[in-house]
Write a protein that binds this ligand. Structure first.
Ligand code: ADP
Ligand code: MG
Length: 232
């Protein structure tokens, strides 16, 4: 089943003549992990913002799990799209414990299902003993895992991650990469990961797209054993 279908998506910022996204079409099957690579300013974050409903397209359509969420006459609000997001800086609530951070997105779940879901998520990321800690008492890698658990907790149809590793040092990144792929596959999560690091994408994703120009050095690095589709 297609979880994400994008048709002829076009977007430009107000007062800007050049579109950031132009006639972009793309689809994803359930359980796929797709990487989006590209130089800074190539429109990666904008694409994620369009999918999650934080920007309104100028043209084209976006469907999530068979339902149109953006189109000529449709616009579904971000909170009703079934999309989870992990941001570059994790965006955990600093004044809330790990447990409360995870509970935050679960208001739509019946009350008695919330605590079990929090526990299930902490087990998935192997951090059950960290429930009562606050974000400042966690390492960067642990905060990253909590941000992931929080995004997965409400059972989104689609998970979007924008540069999820940019705040982690190199040694931590290596360990987390494999773990992240394992967690996503275990949850059969459909996921888009934006990155400027080809190694991250190669380690985690099933396939990848490259945003940017033909002379982008990212497109000339040999040795990717997964498919690379070049957009422009
Ligand atoms: P990336 O995530 O690939 O680095 P972005 O999607 O953030 O790129 O940005 C794409 C382009 O849109 C860039 O040229 C950027 O300067 C521009 N841009 C981003 N946000 C805004 C905004 N709020 N208003 C005007 N232009 C923007
Ligand atoms: Mg960006």
């Amino acid at each position: 089943m297609n979880i994400l279908t994008i048709n002829n998506l076009t977007f430009s910022f107000p007062k800007s003549r050049n579109p950031v996204i132009e006639e972009f079409s793309f689809s994803m099957n359930e359980g796929e992990i797709v990487g989006i690579l590209g130089e800074s300013g190539s429109g990666k974050s904008t694409l994620l913002r369009l999918i999650s409903g934080l920007e309104i397209p100028r043209g084209g359509t976006i469907e999530i799990a068979g339902r149109e969420v953006a189109g000529e006459k449709t616009f579904v609000q971000p909170e009703n799209r079934g999309v989870g997001m992990v941001f570059q800086d994790y965006a955990l609530f600093p004044h809330m414990s790990v447990r409360d951070n995870l509970l935050f997105g679960l208001s739509r779940l019946p009350r008695k299902e919330r605590n079990p879901r929090v526990r299930e998520m902490l087990e998935l990321i192997q951090m059950t003993e960290f429930e009562k800690r606050y974000p400042h008492q966690l390492s960067g890698g642990q905060q990253q895992r909590i941000a992931l658990a929080r995004a997965l907790a409400p059972k989104p149809e689609l998970l979007l991650m924008d540069e999820p590793f940019s705040n982690l040092d190199a040694s931590l990144k290596g360990a987390i990469r494999d773990e992240l792929r394992t967690i996503l596959k275990k949850a059969n999560m459909t996921c888009i990961m934006v990155s400027h690091d080809k190694d991250d994408v190669q380690a985690i994703c099933d396939r990848s797209l490259v945003f940017g120009k033909k002379d982008d050095p990212l497109q000339q690095t040999p040795g990717n054993d997964r498919e690379l589709t070049f957009l422009k």
